[in-house]
Every structure is written in C-alpha cells, then in structure tokens.
Write a protein that binds this ligand. Structure first.
Ligand SMILES: [Zn+2]
Length: 534
C-alpha cells in the first residue's frame, strides 16, 4: 500500500514536471489557433466546401543521377487541375506529365482519392499492373500503399490542415522549435493516422510555413520530407499558399506553383467518384510501414508499380522466384527488378540489390536455401540508382563486401554511415564498417575454380562507373538498364545504351552467348551484336 502511494506520488510529480514543460513550450495549441486566425479564421475556413486550382509542377529525382551523389535529374514538368470536395472527402487530380527521364514521354491521367479508395484513369507509369493493362480504356484501382501516400500528400498540402488540427487538439502536442535558414520556427507535432507530422509556423505571421514528415529513403535512410508553404493569397476569405516546394533532406525535389484557385465552385459528383467496378476491387489505405519515398518518387519518373508489394505486381505475379540459367547461376525474377546469384566454391556472389531490403532479404534467404552454407560474400552493384542499390543494407548486414564501379565508393561509404531507424525491413545497426571494393576497368572475383569478371562500362549514357558482370564458364553476362534482355524486341539499330554495351563487350574481350538483365529476363547476345553498323 505504502509502495503504491509512493508510486502515485512519484508519477504525479513526473506528470507535473511534464505538464510544466509542456506549458513552457511556446504554444502547442496556441500556435494552431494563431495559424487558423492567420489563414482567415475558423469561420472562413469552415465555409470552404470545395477547393479548385490549376498548377504547374516540376519534379527532380536525386537518386537517378548520372554521377553517384551528383546533380539531381529533372524528372518531369507537369500541369495539374485539382478539385477537392471537402464534405465528400474526395480529391481529383488531372495530370499532364511531360517526362524528361528516363525517356521523354507524356502521361495524361487522372487520380481520384477518397477516404476509402483510390483510382487512376489513364496510363501513369511504364510499370503497369495487370489490371491497368487489361482495362479498356486503361485504368486501375490504387494499391493500399499508394492510397495511403496520396492521402498523406493531400493532407499535407490542404489549406484546411490548421483547421483540422484545431478540431483535434488531442492529436496536437508541442514540439521543439526548428531553425531553418537562421530563423527559429515554433512547431507542433500532429498525429494523423500512424503518421506524426511536425508543423512549423512563421514566427512573424503565425502561418504554417513547413510541414515535415520523417520518412525512410532506401538510399539515405532516415530523411526529412518537408512541404514548404509560401506566397499566401486570399481566396474566398481563406488564405491559401500558392507556392508548395518539397524538400528531401533540404534539397528541393518538387516545386508546385498554383495559378488560379477558387473555393466553393460546384463539382459534379461523378468527377470525384470512383467507377463501381474499380471501387469493388480497391484496397483500403495501407497502415504501418508505408514506403512513402519509394511510392512518391517512383511516380516522379513514371515508373511506379502500383502494387501492395513494391517488388512485384501482386495481381500479375505469384512473387519472386529463382530461375536457373546455368549450373550454379540463378536469376531472381518475377518482379520489376532482378538480381543474379552466382555460386562459388564456398560462397555466393549477388548482382544488384533492387527496390528494398525486403527484396534483399528474400534473395538472401533464397540463396541460402539453394546453396546451403554458402554465405553471400560479395554484393556487386551495377550502379548507384535507388531502384537497383536501395536494398544494399541487408547484404551489408549479412556480412557481404560491397563491390562498386569506379568513382562511387565514397558515395556508398556515406550512405552506409547514415542512420536508418525507420527502415521497415532491417533493425537499426552500424553498417559504417562494411568493406567496399571499387572496381576500375576490369576486376576478377575467383575461388580458384570459377571466375566472375566485372567490367566498368565507360563511357555509357546511364550512370558513371556502370558495371557489367560476366561468368566465362557459362558465357553469361549480367547487365542493368542499358539493355533489358527479353523485355522488348530489339530495335532496328543500336540506341546509345545498347551501343555502349556492344562497345564494352568488345573492349572487355569477352564472348557472351547470353545476357541476364536487371530488368526483363535473359536473351541471346548475338542478335544485339549483329545490329552494329546498321
Ligand atoms: Zn539506372
């Protein structure tokens, strides 16, 4: 009894201290109330029943750069017409996206996002699901992962976010102020579903100035993803930010500029309703470990696979599987991205670590099952792009040496030293001591019997230091991104990527019969070589 009383006294004392700290924070809920008032007041914001705007948008992808750690690629320039029916909780975005990377093309499509489901009309990606390919005209229901990400992005950018926060004070808590560019911003935390956002306020105007998410990025680990709001205009009594910039670890990766914006323009119900057949198959929003950065940024380059397993289309593929290409050589296929496993005397070598540590864990486990007591000694990364290297941590954790192309080791050393506490597939640990071997020109991995050759393919149009692999006893090569063997018929003449491969094969003095791909499947090399000079 006495003990319980003491405990109670102690916990009361603790709660008093916590309470005192909380009230010492400059605001919390006061900051939210001030923001609501700065945005026109609760009455004006509550009167917003619909919001419509036109915008232009540019998106850049930092982890598809030509040089590891180098300049971001401009991924696309787009126009957007967006309408939101606040009462219905539905948003429609009509996009025209002109892509610069990985190939010039235009996707014109519409997204409808509600609380329950998401839908895409039109083609929005080169990585289409079975449902999208089979629908006529092309359309598909969003995966639960994409729906969760789309809902979060709509919430972040909503001019009604502060109003929503003011109505849900139990989800608001004080947060330490954040200094950006020398200016101290008071801040609060806001719990939205299983996300905790940090909202920063302008110390002068009280307007929300930055909405921060703490995400996992498969290259840089723990990252900040900030929506920076600026250029406030009054639209029908409510203040709306006409400039939305998105910063990934402080670098602008998306810049959206609103043109015309109106409130309370009527929206026909069918514009924001999902057609019944798609609604019937639509997934509920995913919860828990949603790979937001993967979902958002694969869309930047028009290659997002809208599936509840980022590695493969859950509707169109039974999953990843091993395909034997030669004795002791397994191609990991069944997904959007492949690896190659090569058996050596007392270990295995794996080429590429695509998508995520989830896929890496699958591949490592499949290799263990096939080649018992042969650990992965080397992970060879053909190049640094996020979709082929983003699963490297699981290999580092499994004790593999990472083998990379010329001029890229420093980049990998930096990212292996980055914390990754939000990685859904690997618990946090120190990988900064992972051995890295940088290959210049030619490199041979040998166990005294089998040899595996690595060749740097410079110059090439895709990525500096790009490696190809070659197993002489099987006369099999491995190539990623400059050729996807079997994915599509060969063109009539060599394009720059294929020309780089043909030149590289000659320079290396190798004589492959077949290539296996980081995408696609495997195919004979001779028909490709025969295109030279055409
Ligand atoms: Zn690439």
């Amino acid at each position: 009894m006495k003990r319980a009383a003491t405990m109670l006294a102690v916990s009361l004392a603790i709660s008093m201290v916590v309470g005192a700290c909380a009230s010492m924070q400059p605001g919390g809920r006061d900051l939210v109330a001030k923001a609501v008032s700065a945005q026109g007041g609760a009455d004006a914001l509550s009167a917003v029943k619909t919001l419509s705007y036109k915008a232009t948008s540019r998106q850049w992808e930092p982890e598809q750069s030509a040089i590891a750690g180098g300049e971001m690629r401009l991924a696309n320039e787009a126009t957007l017409v967006s309408v939101t029916d606040v009462a219905a909780g539905a948003t429609r975005n009509d996009w025209v996206r002109n892509f610069h990377y990985p190939a010039p093309r235009t996707f014109t499509f519409s997204e409808i996002v509600t609380a329950e489901a998401g839908y895409v009309a039109g083609i929005d990606s080169n990585g289409r699901t079975k449902q999208s390919r089979e629908a006529n005209p092309p359309a598909h229901a969003m995966s639960g992962l994409r729906l969760a990400a789309a809902q979060r992005e709509i919430l972040l950018a909503s001019p009604l976010l502060a109003l929503e926060m003011s109505k849900r004070p139990d989800r608001v808590s004080p947060a330490p102020s954040v200094t950006v560019a020398g200016v101290r911003h008071p801040a609060v935390s806001y719990r939205a579903g299983d996300q905790t956002l940090t909202v920063l306020f302008d110390p002068a105007t009280g307007l929300p100035t930055r909405v921060r998410s703490l995400d996992y990025d498969n290259i840089w680990g723990d990252v900040t993803y900030d929506l920076v709001l600026a250029d406030w205009r009054t639209v029908g009594g409510a203040r709306v930010a006409m400039s939305r910039k998105y910063e990934l670890n402080g670098r602008t990766v998306m810049d959206v500029k609103l043109g015309e914006a109106t409130v309370n323009t009527s929206i026909a119900a069918d514009r924001v309703s999902i057609p019944a057949p798609f609604l019937a198959t639509a997934r509920k929003p995913a919860t828990g470990a949603v790979p937001y950065q993967w979902i958002i940024r694969r869309q930047f380059i028009g290659t997002y696979l809208d599936s509840d397993r980022p590695s493969y289309d859950t509707q169109g593929s039974p999953g990843l599987r091993l395909q034997e290409l030669a004795p002791g050589i397994q191609h990991v296929v069944g997904g959007s991205h492949n690896s190659l496993i090569v058996e050596m005397k007392d270990h295995v070598i794996v080429f590429d670590a695509p998508v995520s540590d989830w896929q890496s864990n699958w591949t490592i486990s499949a290799a263990r099952g096939k080649y018992v007591r042969k650990p992965v000694k080397y992970l060879v990364l053909t190049h640094h792009h996020m979709d082929h290297a983003g699963g490297l941590r699981a290999y580092a954790d499994a004790g593999a040496t990472i083998v990379v192309g010329a001029g890229t080791a420093a980049h990998y050393r930096r990212l292996l030293a980055a914390p990754f506490t939000r990685n859904p597939d690997l618990s946090p640990r120190d990988l900064s001591g992972t051995p890295i071997v940088e290959v210049a020109g030619r490199h041979v991995l040998s166990d005294g019997t089998r040899q595996v050759e690595l060749h740097v393919l410079d110059p090439n149009p895709h990525a500096a230091g790009l490696l190809i692999g070659y197993v002489p006893d099987a006369r099999l090569g491995f190539v990623t991104d400059i050729w996807s063997p079997g994915a599509a018929p060969l063109p009539d003449r060599l394009n720059p990527g294929l020309a780089a491969l043909v030149a590289g094969v000659k320079k290396a003095g190798i004589s492959p019969l077949k290539f296996a791909g980081g995408h696609g499947g495997s195919a004979d090399y001779e028909p490709l070589a025969a295109l030279e000079g055409k």
